[in-house]
Design a binder for this molecule. Sequence first.
Ligand code: NAD
Ligand code: TYD
Length: 383
Amino acid sequence: MSRDNAKGTPGAGAGPFRNSTILVTGGAGFIGSNFIRTVLSRDDFRGTIVNYDKLTYAGNLSSLVDVEAKHGGSKYFFERGDICDGNKLREVIGRHNITVIVHFAAESHVDRSITGPAAFVETNINGTFQLLETAREVWNKRQDVRFHHVSTDEVYGSLGPTGSFLETTPYDPRSPYSASKAASDHLVRAYYHTYGLPVTLSNCSNNYGPFHFPEKLIPLMILNALEGKPLPVYGDGQNVRDWLYVVDHCEAVWSIVEQGRAGETYNVGGECERKNIEVVLSLCDTLDRLCPVTANPRLAGRKDLGSYRDLITYVADRPGHDRRYAINCDKIKSELGWKQRHTFETGLRETVQWYLDNRAWVDTVRSGEYLKWLDQNYSKRSS
Ligand code: NAD
Ligand code: TYD
């Protein structure tokens, strides 16, 4: 089928991929693991998921223990592999008869991309290229297949005080992370236009929720607070992000896989703009309610603390720190009927409670390598 025929064609009827075998790249990461759990818990999903993950510092199979116990060897399989490894990809995609790829695998942390951009270029650009090439070769012009690429709103750059990103907003990435994601988005679209590979893309705003690796703002602040460590707010704390509960993002991705039109991009967002300092204050207040300082055994004897707010510390800003992101997600709402199911208040409460209840997960994912990086990153900022 030519690209013009393929363009705008939704999957072959409602729920065409419910019986498919789906390759989820980066399924041991934050959003990927939530996605696997979300799809496998759907009553109407009768297919199989193969999680393909390199298990970098950010990938943790401990995020999928429940999934493995319930579905391992029947509807869920794990394959350890690098998306840069075309031979391994070809073998896995062939052996499992994969007909849908949902591509989450990436280096994802802006601060790491500033201190070490090479891994971002390698995984996000070359890795996506290898995955596209393999899909093109193995699927050989089939149209009853789908490649969904998960991307970020950061490709659109930084907004002033008003306005929001549309699917048509020109790309203007500013960090090595967002530049590498922008490059990968361009490659995915190129494979659609040039080779007719049936792709869809989503560009989503900041996620938060369970299994979030504790180097990102929300989990870092929760865990630092519980341990009585400073809460490092970059710059003036006035940068704005648009927050979305991770399960809402996963449902959006699934709705695009099922009903999205080939060749199309869908923005996904929380419609929930908050300044960073507002997020940190809300977290402190939630913690003050759920685990007051006086009831926290780790803080016994800390007479300097009346509230977690007392731990807030302003630190040196991130270089090139984007000021404001805001997503316009009218397209996915009107075309696919998706909408957010969590407010920031309910999502944040659930998230804080999850971190309080899942200390063992936190201890497992914090490896020596991770702690070393955290120490280095924040010792440079302590001004
Ligand atoms: P994450 O860092 O938590 O997880 C990334 C996963 O990819 C890990 O399991 C890691 O082991 C795996 N991985 C890394 N390099 C790999 C490689 N070369 N081969 C195979 N696997 C590899 O990331 P996340 O926050 O879950 O983000 C997932 C995707 O969603 C990314 O593409 C990211 O750009 C995008 N995204 C994230 C957010 C957010 O707020 N976290 C928002 C919008 C879009
Ligand atoms: P982050 O979670 O790293 O996501 P992103 O950079 O992809 O938006 O950061 C969210 C915001 O929080 C961002 O404006 C940077 C800021 N931030 C801090 O102020 N302190 C921190 O310790 C971290 C990790 C982030």
